[in-house]
Design a protein around this ligand. Structure first.
Ligand SMILES: [Cu+2]
Length: 155
């Protein structure tokens, strides 16, 4: 009888732990949700262009070489990189640091849970948190330094 009670208590405990973990997971933001999708392409090895912007929060002049990208703080963005693996998209920080990188370089904000960075060969997702915004500087290609332009973070 005693063993049965212990087993019962242990079962209740395990069920509670599983339930608590499930609850906690519900609080993690969906990494696939985005406010805005920004499609980029390359002009040879000399420039990026923004070819399309969907959703809210991002602004740029389309198809202008190395033009500035304006991003609203607090929004989540998807960079759809149609320039491909030859032109990995990097978000640089002040003092030439790397904050987020689509290639093997590990940016200093890539493991920040609030930024919730996800990168594939063709996409890059991140949330522009206020903390990231204080550090943000130009975007740049990981292989061609000429492919670069300003990022303006705005309220
Ligand atoms: Cu490039």
């Amino acid at each position: 009888m005693k063993t049965n009670f212990k087993l019962f208590a242990a079962t209740i405990f395990i069920v509670s732990v599983i339930f608590a973990c499930t609850e906690e997971q519900d609080n993690i933001p969906d990494p696939n949700f985005v406010n805005s999708t920004i499609t980029i392409n390359n002009v040879g090895a000399t420039a990026y262009v923004f070819s399309a912007i969907q959703g809210e929060g991002a602004q740029a002049n389309l198809n202008v070489e190395n033009t500035a990208l304006t991003l609203k703080i607090g929004s989540r963005y998807k960079i759809k990189n149609e320039a491909g693996r030859a032109h990995p998209f990097l978000i640089m920080g002040i003092a030439n640091t790397t904050l987020l990188a689509q290639n093997d370089v590990v940016g200093s904000f890539e493991d920040n849970p609030s930024v919730n960075f996800v990168a594939t060969d063709s996409t890059m997702l991140f949330t522009l948190t206020p903390e990231l915004a204080t550090q943000i500087a130009p975007y740049m290609c990981g292989r061609h330094a000429a492919m670069t332009g300003n990022i303006n973070a705005v309220e």
